[in-house]
Design a binder for this molecule. Structure first.
Ligand SMILES: [Zn+2]
Length: 316
């Protein structure tokens, strides 16, 4: 009996050494394990390994090739909004399934699964906050939740946020990323395009600033509505921006499309986008643009006056 236990103990010790030798055998295997642990990140563009902590410190932009990795809505809010100034809006709004839609799964099941695995209620976060001390209303879409698709909740939350901004005379910034309208909500999702656009028109009538930031990818109904209605339209480098997908257009036209088709760079060249801003400069650029467009009467430090006096000093 005792002998038996002893030999079992010996065997497990052998196993342990064998496993250890096996698992630590090559540096490549160790590397792969560490990537899986999330300690290191392998760039999908240039394959260079970066310490995940360093990548996060660089706002998820590869230091080697400048590839902009996707960021979720929480991370994006942290990157743009000053500490302790974020006040979320309408967090209680939940999606429903009025059409009782079913594809491979019930839409209601799909929603519940998404909410449980990702921890979001729907595909957008909205709120009020400050950017380098200036108040703004910010909406951030999240691609993880059903490809950032625009359903009734996305539409309603953005509309309410824009209405708050109009009332408070705040500029609006929306960080867009979306596969388009949410087909599971049919017509109700298409209606959101008109609703958000109408709210933006009232914001514009009040002579207030709206800046959409187009990130990878921005497509479909979002491109066809609020993503393209900005006073100044910014994009992240190499972002895919378009309406219909590349494959659909190629099949319809029966033509091969150029390599850079539907990229931020191509859109900049053709005047659809006003500037391409690397993520690491986005916060300061937004703050500068907002400061320059503050209504003169409510500007606390008279930014416009400062700009004018700077120009006149330069002229002297
Ligand atoms: Zn890279």
């Amino acid at each position: 009996m005792a002998n038996n236990e002893e030999s079992r103990g010996l065997k497990s010790l052998f196993d342990w050494f064998a496993n250890r030798r096996k698992s630590g055998s090559t540096s490549l295997e160790r590397q792969e394990r560490e990537i899986a642990d999330g300690l290191w990140h392998k760039c999908s563009k240039c394959s260079v390994l970066t310490y995940t902590k360093d990548l996060k410190a660089n706002q998820m932009v590869c230091a080697e090739c400048g590839h902009h990795n996707r960021v979720d809505s929480d991370e994006r809010i942290r990157q743009l909004i000053d500490n302790n100034t974020w006040k979320p809006l309408d967090e209680h709004l939940r999606p429903s399934d009025p059409l009782e839609f079913r594809d491979r799964k019930l839409y209601s099941d799909r929603l519940r699964e998404m909410q449980e695995t990702i921890g979001l209620i729907d595909a957008v976060k909205t709120g009020l906050g400050q950017i380098n001390g200036l108040p703004i209303a910010l909406g951030v879409m999240d691609f993880r939740f059903m490809g950032g698709s625009m359903g009734s909740v996305v539409g309603e939350k953005l509309t309410r946020m824009i209405e708050q901004a109009t009332q408070r005379r705040y500029p609006v910034v929306i960080v867009c990323t979306s596969g388009g309208a949410r087909m599971q909500e049919g017509m109700l999702s298409l209606m959101q395009m008109a609703k958000i656009s109408a709210a933006l028109q009232r914001h514009k009538d009040a002579r207030l600033l709206y800046i959409p930031v187009l990130t990878n990818p921005t497509t479909g109904g979002v491109t066809a509505s609020f993503a393209m209605l900005g006073d100044i339209i910014l994009a992240e480098p190499k972002a895919t921006i378009g309406f219909a997908g590349r494959r659909v257009i190629e099949q319809t036209l029966r033509e091969k499309l150029p390599e850079n088709f539907q990229t931020a760079e191509d859109l900049l060249q053709h005047g659809f986008v006003d500037d391409i801003i690397p993520r690491t400069q986005l916060k300061n650029t937004l703050a500068q643009l907002i400061a320059l467009h503050q209504p003169v009467l409510t500007t606390p430090h008279m930014v416009l006056w400062e700009t004018m006096s700077l120009t006149s000093t330069a002229a002297e």
